[in-house]
Design a protein around this ligand. Structure first.
Ligand SMILES: [Zn+2]
Length: 121
């Protein structure tokens, strides 16, 4: 079963199973509006779980949230570092480019000097 949203604004959650449809092209085997069953599922679930299990589930959610926060933080640091590297590479390129032009100019003046000398002799 997976969750989908239907309706013109996608406001209505629907549980549906499309496993058979995906595998053999047969029609969906089950489909039910979530709003009508969610309360019953919630009650059945809470009734089946012991208080310890509920505590564990809440803790697990908290753990997942803090892991997500950590990953998000690491990702932001990576982006920042990449931006810094790009900026540094751009600065290095800007510093080197005039030197290359200077090098070429030196080469060219050296060539013309050699030509002048060749003509002179
Ligand atoms: Zn199914």
């Amino acid at each position: 079963m997976s969750l989908h949203y239907s309706g013109p604004k996608g406001d209505y959650p629907v549980y549906l199973c499309a496993a058979d449809q995906g595998e053999s092209g047969s029609p969906r085997c089950q489909q039910v509006r979530a709003l009508s069953v969610d309360r019953h599922i919630e009650q059945a679930l809470l009734g089946a779980l012991t208080p310890e299990q509920i505590t564990m589930a809440v803790e697990a959610v908290g753990e997942l949230e803090s892991q997500t926060k950590l990953l998000d933080q690491q990702w932001r640091l990576k982006c920042e570092r990449a931006r810094y590297d790009v900026e540094r590479a751009r600065r290095q390129y800007d510093e080197v480019e005039p030197l290359c032009t200077f090098g070429k100019n030196v080469e060219l003046s050296h060539l013309s000097e050699m030509r002048t000398r060749a003509r002179g002799s």
